[in-house]
Structures are given as C-alpha cells and as structure tokens.
Design a protein around this ligand. Structure first.
Ligand code: NAG
Ligand code: NAG
Ligand code: NAG
Ligand code: NAG
Ligand code: NAG
Ligand code: NAG
Length: 491
C-alpha cells in the first residue's frame, strides 16, 4: 500500500505557544465567574434544535457510535452540529471517539464545499480554528459570541475536528504517529459523510496549518489510497468516495530538514528576533542538527529521529518579550499575553453550558494543546519526517495544493516553506521555481500561481500576518479561501 515509510513520518518543534499553557490564576477566576452566568443563560435558553442522541450508522457502513447535538445559539450566526463519532476499535469499554463541530454554510449548505479544518501541534485542538476566525461566530471578552464577518462558513461547510484522538474533546485510545492518525481521520470522514449524506457529493478541501503540514498530506494520501481501493471494489465496506479536490495549508512544517535549514535565516537575517550573539551560537550548532536529521531520514529509526529532534530543539532560544509566532508582537511569551483569544477560547469550551450544548463529555477538560498527545508523537520522533514527499503522487493525481503563509512567523517561517515547495517534484516544479512573486493588487500579499484559476500549486505570502494567519489577517484569509476553494483567479 502507498502508506508512507516510517522515515517519511513527521515534523516540527511544538509551536512555542503550545508549551506555555495559560497560567494566570487571576484570569481563571474572572473567567469562572463569567462562566457561571453564561451557564445559567444556556440552561434558560436551552438547546433549541435538538438534544444529543446516540445513533448507529447507516448507509452500509458497519454500525458505529455517534452522538450529535444541533444548535444555533451557542455560536450565533448559523446552525451548527457537534458531538462524537466512534472510530475503528471503539467500544463502550475501550472508547475511541473523535469530537467534531460542523458549521453549516450560511449560504447554500446543501451544495457548498466542505472544508475539514484541523489543528497543528501535535496536540492542538481544531476547535481553535473555528473559534479564532473560521466559524460564523467570534468570542467576545465576556465569552459570548457575536457574528464573525470573515467567516469561512459563510459560503462553505466548515467541519472542525479534534485530531488525533486525545486532542480537545476527542477521547479514548491514542495513536502516536501521523500515519495512524491519518487512517483515523479517514475513518472519521467516511462516517461523517454517512451521517450527512448530502455533503458526501460536495467538493472536499483539507485545511490545516503548522503541524497540519504533516497531518494534511498524510490524510490526503489515505483518502486517495482508499478512494482508489473503493473504485476497484475494495476498501472499507459501505464507504463513500470522498470528493477530495484540494489542500490548503498555512505556515506549515512538512519537511523537518528544510524547516531547520532556513529557520535561523528568518530569526537572524530577515527579522531582528535574534541578536548577534544568539545567531552566532545558533549557526555554530546548526550543522549538527541538519546532519542528524539527514541521518534520521536515511536510517528511519525512532532513535535517530528522536536524536535529531533533541539536537535541533536545543538550538531554539526563546527571546524575552518576543513571540516566535509573530516577530512584530511584544509580549511575555505566555499564551494569555501573546494571544489572549486562545485562552478565552479554552475557557469558553470548558463552560458547563458550552459542554452541554456541544454534547462534549463534561468530565473532559478542554485544553488548547494536549501535551500528552504531543509527548507521544515526540517520543517516536514523528516531527522528523519528509511529509512533503507525499504531495508528489497527490499532485500527479490532480489534487490542487495551496500554501498561504504569514510573513512574520518565526516558528514555521516562510523561507523554510518556500524551500520545501521548491523541493517537491511535480509537473509544476520548473514553473514554480522560475515564477516571480507577483504583488496582489490592493492586498499586502504576493502570489506565485502555477496552473489555471487559483492554481494547481500556489504560494501566497501575506504581510502583516504571523503563524496564526486567520487571526492576524481575517479578511485577507477569507478572500484567499474564497478564491482557492472556488478556483477563481486571484487577480
Ligand atoms: C462585556 O461586559 C461588560 C459589562 O457588562 C460590557 O460593558 C462590555 O461592553 C462587554 N463587552 C463585550 C465585547 O460585549
Ligand atoms: C541576546 O539575546 C539573548 C537571548 O534573548 C540574551 O540572553 C542576551 O543577553 C542578548 N545579548 C545581547 C548582547 O544583547
Ligand atoms: C505575562 O503577561 C500576563 C498578561 O499580561 C501576566 O498576567 C503574566 O503574569 C505575565 N507572565 C510573566 C511570566 O511575565
Ligand atoms: C506508539 O504506539 C504503539 C502502538 O500503541 C506502541 O506499541 C509504541 O510503543 C508507541 N511508541 C512509543 C515510543 O511510545
Ligand atoms: C490543474 O487544476 C485544474 C483545475 O483548475 C485541473 O483541471 C487540472 O487537471 C490540473 N492539472 C493537472 C496537471 O493535474
Ligand atoms: C505589509 O506587511 C508588512 C510586513 O508584514 C508590514 O510591515 C507592512 O506594514 C504592511 N503594509 C501595510 C500597508 O499594511
């Protein structure tokens, strides 16, 4: 099977954000007070459209667990559905359940394309994507929701997934690598489509960022492989063909070698994040990191990969008062200071009223980043892999691939991304290497487009945005997503 070899497995230092959990006791106390008020509100308003119910699957798939709530008050601006789908191996005694939150497109939900959106990490919740800019609502500082004018869900069905199991509200048996995780994502998608059969015929787009640069090509690979098997009469009994059309990736790490080869250029030359003495030390250490990664690629062993991670991570120096995720930000490095919206989102998800409306298990504490999942992936060296090579057969099979990159990110920085893209062998490689980055008229961004429409292989570099592109440039990102999914020329 076209399952990637162990040495093509995975990616990157944990985005630095991930290692710094909200710590402020004060903030938590304030949030708890707000939470009580909100919970009462939820009880009074109720869950107008329906309560969760456990169901068995339909449409020829073997029976599976599902429990879905439908509501329109928790996230104002539209209808959404949330809950659990049991994955292969799931049972009441040994659960393995994916949590999702599906935002119906505000316009033409029956026919609108479906965007699956997942978090990075490893261990980051996909719900943050929804609450920090992609869904039809946005959180206020009071933990209420207001309409989001830049919602991806205006014209697209957005399905946020807590991937893999163990992340966010997903729970049960864990996997510890991006290959197994991709099979779980496929299993989820097939079952999701059986619950919403009208969506199964619509165009499907995979979206992610950061460690999504590893997850996305793996998931697309499994979808392509399983679609091919189904077409030959094999595959999963009763599964539908998934209408995967393209992939959309922001500030990723896909190739650990390219990532590390260029990261210090972003921190030392293209920005002022690191000072001269930090840069001197970093460049002295760099060849040891690169050599270890190359050796890990050649050997493909867990030991070699983990050793490479250790050498490369030792080279990451934090700068007081600065954020890796956006070099223009001045903040103390904690999530609450550098991105208070992220803390707010986690607080919101943990409100009893939120959990009840979503149908999430009340005994699970929602965390923006699950450090256990992160540790488990790290323990097999999953970050140290060449996931970008998985794009080669996918591009040859006709899937389109977008990278949209915030220029101010020093975590998954554009020089490493551009280098990775140049290394991907495809029919687009010569044209991509030769193409200029053309200014996008009226936008603070450049475009490198190969192919008709929005392109088959496209690179958008955005000014004024760091790692969290949707958070930093919500209107521009909405525009990019619209052009990309509709396959409409950018200019
Ligand atoms: C939050 O609540 C305070 C006090 O009720 C109010 O003054 C403020 O406008 C609210 N903020 C938002 C963004 O709703
Ligand atoms: C350079 O940056 C490092 C790390 O932020 C800091 O510890 C050091 O004091 C700085 N050195 C100079 C000369 O500014
Ligand atoms: C960082 O900033 C936050 C919010 O401004 C503050 O509450 C916290 O104490 C600061 N933490 C550190 C370690 O400076
Ligand atoms: C990864 O998961 C597999 C399957 O559960 C397990 O056998 C293996 O020991 C795990 N690897 C590490 C390094 O934890
Ligand atoms: C490029 O994308 C177009 C859709 O815009 C598609 O029709 C075409 O087959 C793709 N090209 C290749 C070589 O796959
Ligand atoms: C465009 O982006 C650059 C780099 O991020 C930024 O410095 C500049 O202020 C932005 N320009 C405008 C007009 O927003």
């Amino acid at each position: 099977m076209s399952n990637p070899k162990a040495d093509t497995v995975l990616p990157l230092q944990v985005p630095h954000l991930d290692t710094r959990r909200p710590r402020a006791r004060k903030g938590t106390a304030v949030a708890a007070l707000v939470a009580l008020g909100l919970a009462a509100g939820f009880l009074a308003l109720g869950d107008v459209l329906g309560r969760g119910r456990a169901e068995r699957g339909q449409h020829g798939l073997d029976p599976f667990f599902s429990q879905v709530n439908t509501h329109d008050d928790l996230c104002v601006g539209g209808v959404s559905h949330s809950g659990y789908i049991g994955l292969k191996g799931d049972s009441e005694e040994t659960p393995k359940r994916s949590f999702f939150w599906y935002f119906e497109a505000q316009n033409n939900p029956e026919t609108a394309p479906v965007i699956l959106t997942i978090g990075g990490g490893p261990g980051t919740s996909g719900m943050l994507n929804a609450l920090l800019g992609q869904s039809h609502c946005a959180l206020t500082e009071n933990l209420t929701t207001i309409r989001n004018p830049n919602a991806w869900s205006e014209n697209f069905n957005v399905v946020a997934l807590d991937h893999p199991v163990g992340v966010g509200f997903s729970y049960g048996t864990h996997v510890n690598n991006s290959v197994d995780a991709a099979y779980d994502a496929y299993d989820f998608l097939v079952k999701f489509m059986s619950l919403y059969p009208h969506l199964a015929k619509n165009q499907l787009v995979l979206a992610g960022g950061s460690y999504g640069g590893v997850y996305i090509p793996h998931i697309a690979t499994v979808i392509h492989e399983q679609n091919t098997l189904l077409a030959r009469g094999g595959g999963t009994h009763g599964a539908v063909h998934l209408q995967l059309e393209s992939m959309m990736v922001s500030n990723p790490m896909s190739d650990y070698l390219s990532h590390n080869r260029w990261i210090m250029h972003q921190r030392c030359y293209y920005t002022d994040l690191y000072n001269a003495s930090t840069c001197a030390t970093a460049y002295e250490a760099l060849p040891f990191c690169l050599e270890a990664v190359q050796l890990a690629y050649a050997l493909g062993t867990v030991e070699a990969r983990v050793h490479a991670l250790e050498l490369c991570e030792a080279n990451q120096v934090e700068v007081p008062g600065r954020s890796f995720e956006n070099v223009e930000k001045r903040c103390n490095g904690t999530l609450e200071d550098c991105m208070p919206e992220g803390v707010r989102a986690a607080t919101f998800m943990n409100l009893p009223g939120t959990k009840a409306t979503l149908g999430a298990r009340e005994d699970i504490t929602f965390r923006s980043v699950d450090l256990e999942v992160n540790r488990e992936f790290h323990a097999v060296g999953d970050e140290c892999q060449q996931a970008h090579l998985l794009y080669e057969p996918l591009l040859a099979a006709g899937y389109r691939l977008l990278h949209y990159i915030g220029k101010l990110d020093a975590n998954c920085a554009w020089p490493g991304v551009l280098s990775t893209l140049k290394l991907i062998r495809s029919q687009y490689q010569p044209a991509f290497a030769a193409a200029p980055d053309v200014p996008w008229a009226g936008e603070n961004a450049t475009l490198r487009v190969v192919g008709p429409g929005a392109g088959n292989f496209t690179y958008v570099l955005m000014g004024g945005a760091g790692h969290f592109v949707t958070h930093d440039q919500p209107a521009l990102v909405k525009k990019i997503v619209g052009h990309w999914v509709g396959n409409v020329p950018f200019q």
